[in-house]
Design a protein around this ligand. Structure first.
Ligand code: HMG
Length: 388
């Protein structure tokens, strides 16, 4: 039985900061951010958006076209959840007016959480082929103003419906994965700002890729020439290319060209949005599918997932006949094209206006645009949401 991604949706906030302007404000050569890191813009979420609202907004691409009574599992993969106990998933379930008869929870392992949700959903559908699973990979990446990681912030959510006989892409049963307890990136519970050992994290990312790729080739007998494209977790768009370059010499010239060209297509959305942690790999997949004119049904795509701390996984998917009919390319390109640019000063103001790490009541800035769903604030330590 084929199992995989039947539907995929995207949401990212209506505001961004220009990274050449941010570089200038930080006294950095803009080419470092734009070429050296590979980021041009960064999504800036107002405090009225969080992983709950962004997840529910990402589902709007397809939720009204699917049979929601078949959903048996709903998972939010996130590392920027809104409560240490309650999952974002149960709130998203209510906002989306889904049936109660759904098993609903949140998964965490840094950026690997999206893939953890996907693989759990795959197993669920294998055991219950008549059911579907709705999964979200949603995050707000925050390192702090003037922090070395500031250029790699971002915000957004990817929603996916996992089913038998998927119309978009299968998720093959060929995963290779590795877990190792390392401290390359983490976020203590008292802060919403991530800590990273920048250089060490990039080295670990590459090491994990090389290790799971080696195990994958040994287990499957496949090589780079079997892939139309390889998608990478994209904390910033240069990162995946650094990893890809370490294996490209294994391939013939045509394969090298194809993988390099498709890597560029997979980074178009990330370059404008930034790191969305759990969703970044799937944002790259979406970017590739929505910009390629060469991909065809039957093409195999490689997927490298990395979550600091750390877990790495490599698996593949096969594009299904008519897969392009399931995409919402025009809507996603419009979502990004219609965003408002914030000055660096306004970005800093928005960044610092946030739900406090305290028992205080809070009212979010009502002047800022959101998607269909909005966090209006916090009253008596309970988050308040509205639907437009
Ligand atoms: P940095 O120290 O600011 O940058 O850290 P750098 O000095 O290493 O320079 C970056 C690149 O810009 C270099 O190129 C420079 O040569 C180039 P590279 O050697 O890498 O090819 N450069 C220039 N290029 C053109 N013109 C110029 C110029 N100047 C320099 N004028 C870093 C950068 C990304 C490490 C930092 O921003 C950071 O710490 N980010 C957060 C951590 C991170 O994203 N790590 C990635 C791997 S870990 C991961 O992916 C997991 C994660 O998503 C979290 C999770 O799992 O939950 C982060």
């Amino acid at each position: 039985m084929n199992i995989g991604i039947d539907q995929i949706g995207l949401y990212s906030p209506h505001y961004y900061v220009d990274l050449a302007e941010l570089a200038t404000a930080r006294g950095v050569d803009p080419n470092k951010f734009i070429i050296g890191i590979g980021q041009s813009q960064q999504a800036v979420p107002p405090s009225s958006e969080d992983v709950v609202t962004m997840s529910a907004d990402a589902a709007q691409d397809f939720i009204h076209e699917i049979n929601t009574s078949k959903i048996g599992l709903l998972i939010v993969g996130t590392e920027t959840g809104i409560d240490a106990s309650k999952s974002a998933a149960v709130i998203a379930q209510r906002l989306l007016e889904l049936p109660e008869t759904i098993r609903t929870y949140e998964i965490k392992q840094a950026c690997y959480g999206g893939t953890a949700a996907l693989m759990t959903a795959r197993d669920y559908v294998a055991a219950h082929p008549d059911k579907t699973a709705l999964i979200f990979a949603a995050d707000i990446a925050r390192y702090g103003l003037e922090d070395g990681g500031e250029v790699t912030q971002g915000a957004g959510a990817v929603a996916m419906l996992i089913s038998a006989n998927p119309r978009l892409m299968t998720v093959e049963d060929d995963s290779q994965f590795i877990s190792r307890d390392i401290m390359d990136f983490w976020r203590p519970v008292y802060t919403d700002l991530a800590l990273a050992k920048g250089k060490y994290s990039t080295e670990q990312y590459i090491q994990f890729f090389q290790d799971v790729w080696r195990n994958y080739t040994q287990a499957t007998g496949r090589s780079l020439s079997d892939f139309a494209a390889i998608n990478f977790h994209l904390p910033y768009t240069k990162m995946g290319m650094k990893a890809l370059r370490t294996v490209l010499p294994e391939a013939d010239v045509a394969t090298q060209g194809r993988l390099t060209d498709n890597y560029a297509l997979a980074t178009i959305y990330s370059r404008q949005i930034g790191n969305i942690y759990t969703g970044s790999l799937y944002l790259g997949l979406l970017s590739l599918l929505e910009h390629s004119t060469d991909l065809q049904a039957g093409d195999r795509l490689g997927m490298f997932s990395y979550g600091s701390g750390a877990v790495g996984e490599f698996f593949s998917g096969v594009l299904q006949p008519g897969y392009a009919d399931q995409l919402h390319a025009a809507a996603h390109q419009q979502l990004l094209a219609n965003r408002s640019k914030l000055s660096v000063a306004d970005y800093e103001r928005v960044f610092l206006n946030k739900v406090p790490y305290a028992a205080d009541d809070y009212v979010s800035d009502t002047s800022m645009q959101t998607g269909k769903f909005r966090l209006t604030g916090v009253q008596n330590q309970e988050r308040q949401y509205t639907i437009k």
